[in-house]
Design a binder for this molecule. Structure first.
Ligand code: SF4
Length: 258
């Protein structure tokens, strides 16, 4: 997918019918669109190897999660738990790392990822947790709150992130501070304070070492509500940035729709 992405102009103009170039690259990779659909790709760059048409997006997620699973299984679990804020245990199921992602408990075992004692079939949950475990980030929090655009190679995500995450939260809870606080509590958020001046700040642990700070400014007579989501700058040591962006968007979906 990255090879295809490199051949695109990365302007996220949307003329291909897909909001971002990275999403377009994924569709080309999955044989759902042809690269010629982007009017800015040169003839030379059209010579991209496309995969077999039978591969669906779900097949690709499953393939990536299987590859990462194979790698994560060979990680030293005791070390990985220590490095990632997970809880290491040994029991009848052998070595286990227990951790919580977005307020939901998971167990990483040598057979793979488990949820409620059942093998997890959510490819994206597996991709994110396997990547998190195999990286063994082991970096203390810096205390620097940064937006997604701070991390390398995220420029193309920034607009879509504002639209799909921050603006969605702001409009869902415009003039509804009470509802916002209730939703934060439901999802295990902890009211906190930080360097930002905001009407309300809440911390969520997306993963044990990946806190997300939701800062909310309520509407007044002049302006509608606004929202900013911050991460600790240490996050890139723990997870691939593409997966991080997806994790935050998934959190927002959960935050707004459940
Ligand atoms: S891939 Fe789509 S979004 Fe990206 S430049 Fe081409 S038409 Fe625009």
């Amino acid at each position: 997918m990255l090879e295809i992405y490199k051949k695109l102009p990365k302007t996220n103009c949307g003329k291909c019918g897909v909001p971002t170039c990275i999403a377009f690259a994924l569709k080309v990779k999955n044989a759902q669109l042809k690269i010629e659909v982007c009017p800015y790709v040169t003839q030379k760059n059209r010579e991209v190897t496309t995969p077999k048409p039978m591969a669906t997006m779900e097949d690709n997620y499953e393939r990536v999660s299987s590859e990462l699973e194979a790698e994560a299984k060979h990680t030293n679990f005791r070390e990985a738990a220590l490095a990632t804020g997970g809880y290491f245990d040994t029991g009848k199921d052998g070595e286990v790392i227990k951790l919580t992602m977005m307020n939901k408990p998971y167990e990483m075992r040598k057979e793979g990822l488990f949820e409620n004692n059942t093998y997890c079939h959510d490819s994206w949950a597996k991709i994110i947790i396997y990547d998190y475990i195999r990286r063994k980030g082991n970096k203390p929090f810096t205390g620097d709150w940064v937006t997604l655009g701070y991390f390398p190679h995220t420029a193309s995500h920034v607009k879509a992130f504002q639209r799909n995450a921050e603006e969605k939260v702001a409009s869902a809870f415009n003039k509804d501070m009470h509802g916002l606080k209730a939703r934060c509590r439901e999802l295990g958020g902890i009211e906190t304070q930080g360097k930002m001046r905001a009407d309300y700040i809440c911390r969520f642990d997306l993963l044990p070492q990946i806190p997300l700070y939701l800062c909310f400014w309520d509407a007044d007579e002049e302006f509608a509500a606004s929202c900013k989501l911050f991460l600790d700058s240490s996050a890139e040591a723990y997870i691939d940035i593409e997966y991080l962006a997806y994790l935050v968007e998934r959190f927002v979906e959960l935050f707004i729709h459940s």
